[in-house]
Write a protein that binds this ligand. Structure first.
Ligand SMILES: Cc1ncc(COP(=O)(O)O)c(C=O)c1O
Length: 512
């Protein structure tokens, strides 16, 4: 079976894989680009607040008590060591400028302590990165440092720890601004994750701007988090949800998408990378098409930010959302980016402390964005952890990550395709590090269970994206998803285990 666009014959492919395997085992390992946790932590200044003067009594109220030293400098320069040439030339490296840097996934893996363990007596192979990523020492140690030296509530309290915590929290906002290339940190709202960000936009912007008869456009690729909030808004308002179809390889059919747009379209919401198939959509083009009709655009970057550079000004999207836990940061923290002028028109969606400038029983004056959308005590420590994670990813270099994952995915897909009865699901030419497949006669949960017994963590199920799997006539797939710490050894372990399973070992499995 051949579900991809490769021009290799089976025999050529087998030869190529063998040649690559030999090369892989004989090539010297390149020098490590991994960042030591000490170096990463040392880059973050511990703010000493003795220099901070309390505000004068008549000074205008500031939303927080902050000495902004600016984000720590991170070098984007490629490592100076000689370039490591990958044997498989990438077919397409989307939105990634060529960078001659070395990338040593083994060194990156050593930054992640959780990966240095055995599961069922076998070295852990973590290939469930689209569900959540593991955390590097740089993030873990940043959290330790926060709780050991800085923990306090923020934006209130004229004491040293309040200032440290506020500086750390607002410093993380600056880091997120830099990471997305937003115009200002005021465009960065901290939320629990992508799901909360989309709900915030649907409730705050949507309730005010969507009326009966209006239309909201999504694509068939969406995660449930980018379907359900819009469905809820549509049923509340009497609006209509329209869905752009995808072709047999999992690409959005642009002509159909364009045909759905009209002056009734109030907002378009689409994922930049499909979590179930890995398809990368032509986001810039889709934003532009929607804007021609005056529609707002929300881009769901949950599966994009850890795999490719993102520039919200270049994309020109109105909203961009992502979850920290999918980019090596803790769970429970994420980002909503919104254009400044747009956020300023939106009402708060939750009320409480932190989001107010003044409260009487008659009236409340709200803070400006982003604090207007951050009612109550936020997830301060994990926001600080998110800032450390974004610095870590930046130092690794997203172009390096994209190239490494691309090479690994092509290698994995080429190997898996040689297994009889295995079907890859999602074969778009532009994909991020997601490999979805089904195996003839074996239930996906049995594949997942058998791989777990070999220490390999993959996801099996509907990946919270039932519509797109049903588009392919499936209720579930097995999904292996990549991160920069994955190596060819990980892929070889996966392929060998699936091959053994297909050969009828280790044990019997119920058929579908
Ligand atoms: C494309 C996409 N959007 C949104 C989400 C929701 O993210 P979270 O559960 O972190 O809010 C996910 C999670 O898998 C996702 O893959």
């Amino acid at each position: 079976m051949n579900t991809s666009d490769t021009t290799f014959s089976e025999a050529q492919l087998a030869k190529e894989i063998e040649r690559l395997a030999n090369e892989m085992f004989t090539a010297p390992l390149p020098a490590s680009p991994g960042i030591s946790p000490e170096a990463a932590i040392a880059a973050i200044p511990l703010v000493e607040t003795t220099a901070i003067e309390p505000p004068a009594a008549d000074a205008p109220a500031t939303p927080y008590f902050l000495e902004l030293a600016g984000p720590p400098a991170i070098s984007n320069a490629p490592p100076a060591s000689p370039a490591f040439a990958y044997a498989i030339e990438p077919e397409v490296v989307p939105q990634v400028a060529a960078s001659p840097g070395i990338f040593d996934a083994h060194a990156v893996k050593r930054d992640f302590p959780i990966l240095d363990q055995e599961v069922h007596g076998r070295p852990l192979v973590w290939l469930d990165n689209a569900a959540t990523t593991q955390k590097p020492n740089a993030v873990i140690q940043r959290l330790v440092r926060y709780y050991e030296h800085e923990n306090s509530n923020v934006h209130r309290g004229a004491h040293t720890l309040a200032a440290r915590a506020t500086d750390a929290y607002e410093g993380a906002r600056q880091e997120a601004r830099r990471f997305l290339n937003a115009g200002t940190a005021e465009e960065i709202v901290f939320v629990r994750g992508a799901t909360e960000a989309i709900n915030l936009v649907a409730q705050s912007w949507g309730r005010r701007n969507v009326q009966a008869g209006d239309e909201i456009v999504v694509t068939w690729l969406e995660h449930h988090a980018n379907i359900v909030p819009w469905q809820q808004l549509c049923s509340e308002k009497g609006a209509r949800l329209r869905v752009a179809p995808v072709d047999a390889r999992g690409q959005v059919i642009l002509e159909e998408y364009e045909r759905l747009l009209s002056d009734k379209t109030k907002i378009v919401a689409f994922t930049q990378v499909s979590n179930a198939l890995g398809t990368i959509v032509p986001a810039r083009e889709m934003v532009e098409m929607a804007h021609r009709w005056g529609a707002r655009v929300l881009v769901d970057g949950a599966q994009a930010v850890s795999h490719m550079p993102v520039d919200v000004q270049l994309l020109d999207c109105d909203f961009y959302v992502f979850s920290g836990h999918k980019i090596f940061a803790p769970t429970g923290i994420g980002v909503l980016y919104g254009k400044k002028d747009l956020l300023a028109t939106m009402p708060p969606w939750q009320g409480g402390g932190n989001m107010i400038a003044d409260v009487t029983f008659e009236k409340t004056v709200y803070q400006p964005p982003p604090w207007r959308f951050e009612a109550g005590t936020g997830n301060i420590a994990d926001a600080v952890g998110l800032g450390a994670a974004l610095q870590y990813v930046t130092a690794l270099g997203l172009p390096n990550i994209a190239r490494h994952e691309h090479e690994l995915r092509v290698y994995a897909e080429d190997c898996l395709k040689t297994i009889p009865g295995l079907r890859l699901v999602g074969t778009a030419p532009e994909k991020a590090g997601v490999i979805s497949f089904v195996l003839d006669g074996v239930r996906t949960e049995d594949v997942g269970g058998a791989l777990d017994l070999e220490g390999i963590a993959v996801r099996s199920g509907h990946h919270c994206a039932q519509p797109i799997l049903r588009r392919f006539g499936l209720e579930a797939t097995v999904r292996a998803s990549l991160a920069p710490y994955n190596t060819r050894d990980d892929i070889d372990a996966l392929v060998a285990a699936v091959r053994r399973l297909q050969l009828g070992r280790p044990g019997s499995f119920r058929t579908v």
